[in-house]
Design a protein around this ligand. Structure first.
Ligand code: CP3
Length: 365
């Protein structure tokens, strides 16, 4: 009996096991922005499409791009190739990606502009995204988790009001203070639309979902709670009420000392840590929660032995509890794919003390 179990590797993905607080023999690994410009095979497909959103809205292309890093590096998870700003586009706030500049949106800076946005068309408009997920689900082995995602309402609203990327999002933050009712209306609309978008991704076959709140760190305490924590909590509660078995990871980038109270208030299964989070302190504060992260993408860009040593330090600090290896933010476009290959191989070679009772890897420890 024990022998049979040893011969047959568990079909459950290591990423899902970690999120369910089940023991894993080694740290599971995937990387934010694992698909993208640092891969030559991505640049080839990108050059063939008219725009970045063409890639997101063409299931054959989005399918292929999602699989590129999985094939090349044998990542433990595939993350749907899409973008957090498709939801703005689907609500009727047009988005274009300008080469070398980033996203440009038609700014939403009044109650009237907010009122022109329409939630009704979101899942129809984003149908190609769900078609991509269905195709990926057919293709991927059960050991490779399929990750759906969305931007958290604050981060998407920040882009919609600002009209472009920014270091501080002054325009969006001033709008939220000057016109709190209109801004609350936008957050409300995005919260509802994000629930629908993630629900549709789950129903199409996403094994888990991640909420990216990339700009959570620019807000003071009271606003962090109102614009980041509460909307994400509402989304998580809505998804949990329908799909309690589907894990949710939140990535409130820059949340710092808010992390323990955020984790207590939001029913998430995992917390993705940005580069600046002190790992030992957060592990001590949240001993039971699945933590994901948090190698500096610049360490990976610099490559070499330093990146691997840094990865080992992170595993040593975080893997005393449920853990998924990742970066603290997305892979930078200038990263050498060979450095990513070396990182994945190294993390996969590390063994964890918390092994399954009949696990095949037990002897390796
Ligand atoms: O992780 C993955 O591999 C899945 C795909 C993914 C993309 N964007 C593809 C993408 C995911 C999960 C995102 C999330 C995203 N998008 C975030 C949250 C995470 C973060 O980085 O903070 C944000 C803020 C965005 C918005 C966005 N999309 C910006 C600001 C930009 C321009 C900057 C840039 O890097 O070019 C994008 C474009 C984008 N999204 C690209 C990719 C591969 C590059 C587009 C290109 O090919 O030119």
């Amino acid at each position: 009996m024990a022998e049979m179990e040893q011969a047959k590797p568990s079909p459950t993905s290591l990423v899902l096991r970690a999120l369910r607080s089940q023991p894993v023999p080694r740290p599971p690994i995937w990387l934010m922005r694992q698909a993208g410009r640092y891969l030559p095979e991505y640049r080839t497909l990108r050059a063939r499409a008219r725009s970045f959103f063409d890639l997101c809205y063409t299931p054959e292309l989005a399918f292929e791009i999602t699989l590129q890093p999985v094939r090349r590096f044998a990542m433990d998870a595939a993350i749907l190739f899409s973008d957090i700003l498709v939801i703005a586009d689907a609500l009727g706030c047009p988005v274009v990606f300008v080469e070398g500049v980033g996203p440009k949106l038609k700014p939403v800076r009044s109650a009237a502009a907010r009122a022109r946005l329409r939630r009704t068309a979101v899942v129809e408009k984003l149908a190609p995204v769900y078609a991509t997920i269905r195709a990926l689900k057919q293709e991927l082995p059960t050991g490779t988790a399929l990750i759906g995602f969305a931007g958290a309402p604050w981060t998407v609203a920040a882009y919609m009001v600002e009209g472009e990327g920014s270091k501080e999002f002054y325009v969006a933050r001033a709008f939220a203070r000057r016109e709190p009712a209109a801004f609350a209306g936008l957050i409300e609309l995005l919260t509802e639309a994000t629930i629908e978008h993630l629900r549709a991704q789950i129903e199409a076959g996403a094994d888990l979902v991640q909420l990216f709140d990339s700009w959570a760190g620019v807000l003071p305490e009271s606003e962090f709670r109102r614009w980041c924590q509460e909307p994400v909590a509402r989304i998580a509660r809505a998804l949990k009420s329908e799909h309690p078995e589907v894990p949710i990871i939140a990535f409130p980038r820059g949340a710092g000392l808010h992390l323990p109270s955020f984790a207590a208030a939001v029913p998430v299964d995992g917390l993705s840590l940005d580069t600046t989070v002190p790992v030992t302190a957060v592990r001590r504060a949240l001993p039971e929660l699945c933590l994901q992260g948090n190698l500096d993408p610049v360490a990976l860009l610099a490559g070499g032995a330093g990146a691997l040593e840094e990865a080992e330090r992170i595993v040593a600090a975080l893997a005393s509890g449920p853990f998924i290896f990742n970066l603290g933010h997305g892979v930078l476009p200038e990263t050498d794919p060979a450095a990513v290959a070396a990182l994945v191989a190294h993390v996969k070679s590390l063994r964890l003390p918390r092994v399954p009772p009949h696990g095949a890897e037990r002897d390796a420890c």
